[in-house]
Design a protein around this ligand. Structure first.
Ligand code: DAT
Ligand code: MG
Length: 157
């Protein structure tokens, strides 16, 4: 049985500038994941460098940090069975030019440096990234939805 997972998702500054926050949140809601954390914030340079630490030294790193700190982001935690892989699939390929239609990046973006949304790529990065943006008491995972039994056989009480 697959485990319940939490994943970190963020609407990047281009998504806010373009008025896409509602559209992007809606896609995760409709998919069936459960929202357990939500924050609007300005990412600091230090947070950005920690969050994107795995890319330090790559040619696009400075531009990436500049972009993610260029305006507010909407940081979220979504929970569900296989939430990490489901969120990544909903987001689509890193480069929107090759992202499948139907995915967020495949429908709403055209290039890699403006790909509107972030999603954790595995359990370790999810837990690390959630910790950068949220403290445990800012997450509400104890709430249940009446529709859960229509989304999953794994209904938790
Ligand atoms: P993802 O965001 O799909 O997890 P990633 O972790 O490989 O992709 O890279 C983080 C972000 O960095 C990505 O969303 C956009 C930017 N990026 C990645 N590769 C890039 C490249 N070759 N040129 C410019 N920006 C890049
Ligand atoms: Mg990544």
């Amino acid at each position: 049985m697959a485990e319940m997972e939490r994943t970190f998702v963020a609407v990047k500054p281009d998504g806010l500038q373009r008025g896409l926050v509602g559209e992007i949140v809606s896609r995760f809601e409709k998919r069936g994941l459960k929202l357990v954390g939500l924050r609007l914030l300005q990412v600091t340079r230090q947070m950005a460098e920690t969050h994107y630490g795995e890319h330090k030294g790559k040619p696009f790193f400075d531009g990436l940090v500049k972009f993610i700190t260029s305006g507010p982001v909407v940081a979220m935690v979504w929970e569900g069975k296989d939430a990490i892989a489901i969120a990544r699939a909903t987001i689509g390929a890193t480069n929107p030019a090759s992202a499948a239609p139907g995915t967020i990046r495949g429908d709403l973006a055209i290039e890699i440096g403006r790909n509107v949304v972030h999603g954790s790529d595995g359990p370790e990065s999810a837990s690390r990234e959630i910790g950068i943006f949220f403290s445990e008491n800012e997450l509400i995972s104890g709430w249940s939805r009446n529709l859960d039994s229509w989304l999953t056989e794994l209904v938790t009480k």
